[in-house]
Design a protein around this ligand. Structure first.
Ligand code: NCD
Length: 310
């Protein structure tokens, strides 16, 4: 039995396979309609979510399976003091696979230890968000046709943003990746990410506060929201929340084939005028999330799928 706690729990070959299956699902959804008949996905969300939870649920429904779960800690027995580990053990008796999100770093790993069914980490605090990264990789593969030779600007809250941490981990395994890490001083990438990933794998990166400085060099600009819920004081959040606002004038020097991504939800960090720019990929990105989650569910349940010849 396999769990997905961090993105590098999957090998590069497995990620490639998931991407190919997701692309095949997009082209031939009818081939997958009953692959998960009589299987149940439980979505246990102790923290708010729109895209991740609903795309998981929609993914399972499109595979012919069923969905159970809760969307807030307050509607579960966590509010009575039940541990994550106990909740997972119980829900494993009612379902075949579990996707869970929790505000505490490491919660999914703890939950997986005693679990009898595969656990998918749908976000653990400021730590990891591997299925967002699978979504991001599918997006990059579809939009740029490659996962190597890329200059990627990561902009915003690089300290608390879990999607950024997982994406950096994933990209450490591809060739010729260069990161431009754009953030205010207070939200710079954590030392542990530098030590355990960027420096460990000798990755090429530059840190800057200036969003426009390297704009002309970027193949991908990955915007992120300042993570209000992980701040200790409101004052700091208010001071930093509008530090970066991407608009058309800031994109003047950007490449014509830049891919602008954002895991969403957006607050103010991308002005709505950018939505009509052909380089804006974030709404497409959210859609890709469903297909890669369909591929992941099939893989973790060990269900055979037909695969397009490549
Ligand atoms: C992200 C998350 O939950 O980390 N959202 C998502 O899953 N698409 C990003 C965020 O909340 O800012």
């Amino acid at each position: 039995m396999r769990h997905l706690i961090e993105i590098n729990d999957l090998s590069v070959e497995e990620i490639e396979e998931l991407i190919e299956v997701a692309k095949d699902i997009m082209q031939h959804p009818e081939n997958y309609w009953d692959k998960c008949k009589h299987k149940k996905l439980a979505t246990l969300f102790f923290e708010p979510s729109t895209r991740t939870r609903l795309s998981f649920e929609s993914a399972m429904i499109e595979l012919g399976g069923d969905v159970i779960g809760f969307s807030s800690a307050s509607s579960s027995s966590a509010s009575k003091g039940e541990s994550v580990s106990d909740t997972i053990r119980i829900v494993g008796g009612y379902s075949d696979i579990i996707a869970m999100r929790h505000p505490k770093e490491g919660a999914a790993l703890v939950g997986s230890i005693k679990s009898e069914v595969p656990i998918i980490n749908a976000g653990d605090g400021g730590h990891h968000h591997p299925t967002q990264t699978l979504t991001d990789l599918l997006t990059i593969s579809c939009e740029k046709n490659r996962l190597d030779n890329l200059t990627i600007g990561l902009c915003g809250d690089l300290k608390f943003g879990r999607t950024v941490h997982s994406l950096i981990s994933a990209m450490s395994r591809y060739k010729n990746i260069k990161f431009i890490l754009i953030s205010p001083d207070e939200l710079r990438i954590s030392e542990y990410v530098k030590k355990e990933i960027l420096d460990k794998y000798n990755m090429d990166y530059i840190e800057t506060k200036n969003m426009e400085e390297y704009m002309d060099k970027l193949d991908i600009l990955y915007m992120t929201r300042v993570q209000q819920e992980r701040f200790f004081n409101e004052e700091d959040y208010l001071r930093l929340k509008d530090y970066y606002i991407l608009n058309e004038s800031k994109l003047e020097k950007a490449k014509k084939d830049l891919c602008i991504m954002h895991p969403l939800p957006r607050v103010n960090e991308i002005s709505i005028e950018v939505d009509d720019d052909p380089r804006a990929c974030y709404f497409k990105q959210a859609k890709y999330g469903k297909y890669i989650r369909m591929a992941l569910i099939l893989k973790l349940l060990g269900i055979n799928y037909t695969r397009r010849k490549i």
